[in-house]
Design a protein around this ligand. Structure first.
Ligand code: HMG
Ligand code: MG
Length: 311
């Protein structure tokens, strides 16, 4: 399989990245993060979630964040919507895309959205229809596609089954997610290739958490399977509150560094991403999880120090 010339990246940092933060992140900080990501060229920004504030308190300010972020022409602003209440909030905020998020295991579905897989599909049906009636894009997500914190191994057929059910709802894109980051390259190829027999491959995306350090390899494996859409998170922020031990998503900076090396266009400015990643990490009081981001920031700091020394 020849690699694509361009990949489509959805930046999920403000949503997946921040949803798991214990300390409250002020709206101002969220808005500044979104502004920096948009300035770096992000074309699809997953900004927040319209979910129950009792379940995910960090996302309770969804409407306010959306009211304050810029909306450059052509940029897709997306949000998570598990039910009709979520859709109402999303439509009132004028988003471009909603994400209905299901799971490949019953155990994870219950823990994350408090219902069975079949019930979730019935809940998503009016959400998808309501969004489509308003010309809003619908993305489906399949969590725990490569391993489940409660069930363990997940049969490929179970992933494909949920892909088919989301496809029947008319999803414009379906994301296959490694929620706990246990997938490895050959497993990823098997799952992606099976999913692509059930749904158009150009509309499948990969969402990789990096808990076991496999995410970059898994993205490369996905590219080899013909996938060219990926979710990434600035500074490698992220984690699902209902998947204990799951750490951050693959870092946007690392993925852009990989793609630049492969000569694959992303439309993203790596310098500006590095800056955005360092700033949000400073706010959160910890080192960025992006290896490329930290290396490039150190290189820049060294160059500035050398210039100061000679000035
Ligand atoms: P429930 O308790 O069964 O829902 O939760 P309910 O309908 O009984 O409502 C309970 C309360 O929540 C009510 O309030 C509702 O009004 C309110 P009360 O009457 O008690 O005051 N409520 C809402 N409020 C705001 N917006 C809403 C909403 N819905 C209900 N949309 C529910 C069911 C789905 C709501 C809950 O389980 C939930 O919010 N879950 C979200 C969990 C979540 O956000 N997880 C993280 C995102 S998924 C993820 O990270 C995975 C992904 O990255 C891919 C991967 O890596 O795997 C996408
Ligand atoms: Mg995730």
């Amino acid at each position: 399989m020849t690699l694509p010339q361009r990949v489509h990246i959805t930046e999920v940092g403000p949503r997946d990245g921040l949803q798991n933060e214990k300390q409250p992140v002020p709206v101002d900080v969220k808005v500044q993060l979104c502004e920096r990501l948009l300035a770096a060229g992000v074309g699809n920004l997953e900004t927040t979630s319209f979910v129950s504030p009792k379940w995910v308190p960090q996302m309770a300010d969804a409407a306010e964040v959306l009211a304050r972020i810029p909306r450059p022409k052509g940029v897709i602003v997306s949000v998570l919507t598990p039910n009709m209440k979520g859709l109402e909030g999303a439509l009132a905020a004028g988003v471009d895309e909603v994400v209905i998020f299901g799971a490949a295991t019953e155990a994870f579905s219950h823990r994350n959205i408090n219902c069975s897989i079949a019930e979730s599909i019935e809940r998503f049906r009016p959400v998808a229809e309501g969004a489509q009636a308003r010309g809003v894009r619908v993305r489906g997500a399949v969590s725990v596609a490569f391993g489940c914190p409660y069930q363990g191994e997940v049969p490929v057929e179970d992933v494909v089954d949920v892909v088919k059910r989301l496809a029947d709802l008319g999803c414009d894109e379906i994301g296959i997610a490694d929620t706990i980051g246990t997938g490895t390259a050959s497993h990823v190829r098997r799952v992606m290739e099976a999913a692509a027999r059930a749904y158009p491959i150009e509309r499948i995306s990969g969402h990789f958490h990096d808990t076991y350090g496999q995410a970059i390899a898994n993205i490369y494996a996905s590219l080899q399977s013909g996938i060219h859409r990926f979710d990434t998170s600035i500074a490698g922020l992220g984690g699902c509150p209902y998947a204990k031990g799951a750490t951050g998503n693959v870092a946007t900076e690392d993925v852009v560094f990989l793609m630049n090396g492969l000569g694959i266009e992303t439309g993203l400015d790596l310098d500006q991403l590095v800056d955005a990643g360092q700033r949000i990490s400073t706010f959160l009081g910890r080192k960025s999880m992006s290896r490329a981001g930290n290396a490039l920031a150190a290189k820049k700091a060294a160059a500035v120090a050398a210039a100061d020394a000679t000035a």
